[in-house]
Design a protein around this ligand. Structure first.
Ligand code: HEM
Length: 420
């Protein structure tokens, strides 16, 4: 068999006993509820010297330690920062963390370069494109996973369902070998561990990079209808996307495409299951699903904080931030800003929706995958409501507890339902 036709294999981590999921959990901390800390910090003022991470008892971020950090809180200031990409740039904020994990991807770019590449990637995730994935890609994945537990009458919706389906959606779209799914999942998560100095972070990035380089060669030789074939052959101003940008984007996709939606779906189910009246309302009227998703992502946005770099001296809310500082943009504080969302800690799918929450950020780097995430979450919730009748929390097991200070998720959602 020639190299060109041999199925590509992703190499597992050298140390098979290394568990990136456990290490990831440690690096995000076990903070059950960061919101009292965020509210208390905001009560003292919207801009503080120091890092968001330092407000919590967490594993230090070795790549960004020693930098000059400032925390920015509250909806209006966060919007101001994210909508001013000349002053608050990405490259120097992310080259310490995501840049090391993924390489030269859109998150690590600014200005013209960012706009040029982002336009191309974005086309593959436009609402009308990803709407088609609903039936063809998302539903089969969701059905297969749920089919494995609907007879049981009980499940852990995280372990049995949400932890897997968005990753499997991305694998299907990339037409990867299904048996390799666990290794992809493991390496997609392990990549991010560069930020805490674990050597397996770089090892995972290198192995995913080698795999994608091989995949690009294969797809260019024989393009199919999959996402990689599209990105490998698409031309920009008469030129192909450079391999380093494409490989970095695919690495990012493996992670951003799965991990955040797993978290988003888990907090959506937690919000509804802990508020049975709202769960019943959505079950009875599915037109409420979009507002239930918006409220879940406002209430417990999976990405609590992001970063920008101050490209010049700037004053925010009377505090001088020097050129070169890392600005910690606490999205969670925008989404629970009492000036915008009355009684902000309450989960209420019927709340006034005139102010748009910012779980996907805003400005030029706003999430490329937000439409896909919503398609996935809608399909997942519909399937849960259709196939798990009389769904409720398991009274004999601990209730779901959303944890983490930067990335949020419940570790378990133990439920019962009428078996199929
Ligand atoms: C509920 C699910 C999701 C949440 C909460 C989320 C959140 C975010 C946030 C907050 C950002 C902006 C970060 C910043 O500007 O500093 C972002 C960017 C991004 N997201 Fe998502 N995301 C989700 C799902 C997805 C999915 C499904 C994909 C894959 C298609 C994806 C791909 C990306 C990419 C590529 C960027 C970088 C965009 C750029 O820098 O121009 N995300 N996401």
């Amino acid at each position: 068999m020639s190299v060109m036709t041999a199925p590509l294999k992703l190499e597992d981590l050298e140390d098979r006993s290394f568990d990136p999921f456990m290490v990831e959990k440690l690096s995000h901390g076990s903070t059950a509820d960061p919101y009292p800390t965020i509210h208390a910090a905001m009560a003292k003022g919207p801009v503080h010297k120091g890092a968001y991470r330092d407000l919590f008892d967490a594993v230090p971020d070795v790549q960004m330690a020693g930098l000059n950090h400032y925390v920015v809180l509250g909806y209006d200031l966060i919007q101001q920062v994210l909508l001013d990409p000349q002053t608050f740039t990405n490259r120097e904020a992310f080259e310490h963390n995501l840049g090391r994990s993924f390489g030269h991807t859109v998150t690590v770019m600014d200005g013209e370069e960012h706009a040029r590449f982002r336009r191309i990637f974005q086309r593959a995730f436009l609402p009308q494109v990803v709407a088609k994935w609903g039936e063809t890609v998302v539903d089969p994945v969701v059905d297969r996973l749920m089919g494995a537990f609907i007879q049981r009458g009980e499940a852990d919706l995280v372990a049995d369902f949400t932890h897997h389906y968005p990753f499997q959606v991305i694998y299907r779209q990339l037409e990867l070998e299904p048996e390799q799914a666990p290794i992809f999942h493991k390496l997609a998560i392990a990549q991010l561990l560069s930020s805490i100095g674990a050597p397996q972070g770089q090892e995972a990035s290198r192995k995913l990079g080698d795999f994608f380089a091989g995949l690009l060669t294969l797809r260019r030789a024989q393009p199919g209808s999959d996402l990689v074939s599209h990105l490998a052959t698409v031309e920009v101003d008469g030129e192909r996307l450079p391999d380093d940008v494409l490989i970095a984007f695919l690495r990012q996709l493996m992670n951003a495409g799965g991990d955040t939606t797993y978290r988003g779906t888990s907090v959506l189910l937690t919000g509804l299951l802990t508020h049975p009246d709202q769960l019943a309302a959505v079950a009875a009227d599915r037109s409420l699903i979009p507002q239930a998703i918006d409220e879940a992502l406002r209430w417990e946005g999976p990405v609590a904080s992001t970063w920008r770099h101050a490209a010049r001296d700037v004053t925010l809310a009377g505090v001088d931030i020097p050129q070169g500082a890392i600005v910690n943009v606490v999205l969670a504080s925008a989404n629970r800003d009492p000036a915008k969302f009355p009684d902000p800690d309450r989960f209420d799918i019927f709340r006034d929706r005139s102010v748009r929450p910012l779980p996907f950020a805003t400005g030029p780097h706003v999430c490329i995958g937000q439409h896909l995430a919503k398609v996935e979450m809608t399909r997942a919730l519909n399937a849960v409501l259709d196939r798990l009748p009389n769904l409720r929390l398991d009274p004999d097991k601990p209730a779901p507890d959303i944890v983490g200070h930067i990335l949020r998720v419940p570790e378990h959602i133990h439920v019962r339902f009428d078996p199929a």
